[in-house]
Design a protein. Sequence first.
Length: 576
Amino acid sequence: MQVLLPPILERQLRMALRAGTARRLWWKAASSFGAVTLLLWGFGLLTSVDPQGRWLFSWLFVIGLWVVVSHGLKLTADLFSEERRQGTLGLLYLAGLSTSEIFLSKLAGAALTTSYSLLAGVPFLAVPLVAGGVSGAEFLSALVCLAVGLLVVTALGVLGSVVHRDSGAAQMTAVLVGVALCLLGPLIGAIVGAFASGKAPWIGWLVSSPAYGPWLILRRVGHAPELLWANSGLSLGYAMAALVLAGRILHRTWRDETGLGGLSRWRARWLAWRRGSAAWRDRRRTQVLAEDPVGWLASRDRACVWAAWVWVTVSGVGCLASVLLAGRGWGGWLAMVGAAGVNVGFRWIVLYAAAGLLGEARRSGILELLLTTPLCVEDIIAGQRRALWLQFKPVFWAVAVLDLVLVALGLRGWTGSLAATSSYLAVWAAILGLTVAGLVSAPLRAMWISLWTGRPAYAALQGIAGSAVAFLLLLLTLLVTNWARFGNEWWVACPLWATVAGGAVCSGGELAKLRTKLVAEFRLIAAAPIPQRNDPRFRGWSPDSIFPPGRWGDFQLRPAQKPRSSRAGPPAGSGG
């Protein structure tokens, strides 16, 4: 029996089957579920620890959440972004399809391919149920929670996909919106609870967070099932609102990709706000264009600057509120964690702006035209770096002031010794140093990665990976070593300051190394094709692996012919 599917849905499923991404993600999910089940189940039987599998159920549920979030974003964030980049979105409309047909068909295809990975773990999740470790109500609640989470992640990924052309930017937008939905309710509840008596305001705001449902599952939902269903209903409301908003944006902006009928009114207003007023553009042109055309070209777009202001303002207010509500006990820790989060987010936005011009020029082919101008490679790199300082200088000083305020709040009621104060300031020096490095050396790495991948968001993510890991290791080290006990010793403060000084020296050396590497390989990368994501060269690009022997002017336009076997006769037409 042949099943008739809508053409867009069938196309979406065929593309997923041909690419093999869904199958690879299914295999990763199934292997993760299976390995954890065998390991923890065998450990529980051998040691008589949790023989019925309650601990196993919790771990499998956490893996299910990871599958929902990571796989859902990978499969949905490029749903409409790819159509925009390839210029095929307008063709779907010209074929006679309506917005609802296109949107619902692609949404159904994304939901089917995403649920494919989640279904791989359902049989393993039922093992603790069969063993009697969890009740049927808990098992059903876990399935409902995972299904609702899948819908929320899919909706946020689709929303990011209709807004951005770059899949990485779409993923980051979905992540930021999801984090805001998860943290905004508890933060407001904490503020309200600080000035109100009783638990009612706090619980009510907790239910509004999509992360509260999984928390109830891990904490045994049997004592409060009504909270789980209320949370699931609100989460479904978030998903429906995101899908409706995505559909409206798609309906209003699809003509912008084809140039038919001019720009929509919404799009025209957005571009006017993004590019600034005519007076602002004239002033920027007068200040920069004559002496630095690349800097003027890169500094015209204000979207990243506004995004940085929004991020610093929202996260800074949340961080200050958390520190003030926590009091003196955890105020210093929350100040460090909050400052690390603010700085990492700000650094990602800066790196995305640094990689944006080169990434877009790489994808569109403008990079080759740029290299035909009298500008040299050094001028292009210097212009991009100067544009960053022109754009983000006010935001950088705002972040610096916020960090200083958090330093002062962390010192409220400080009674530590001179060594403890020195250690505390060394940690803050490391945080500020990583922020400065985000404007000095890290943009060169992001520019290099974006140049050969054509993906600014991916380049920015790779650029902040080192600083995020450094922040995490620093905070975990202070927590594990018991700050209250060892923070008063000079043998802790001196290595911290030595680490800060060594990091500054290494950052300077990395700056020179990255600049030399980018200048030397700029033209080589520009002449090579953009590698596909499933190409091993995508993650470790080398000039020698693109065009053998990989040197400028020695490119081979066709594969090398294998030498003929000695048994073969002479070529036709040759003498005996």
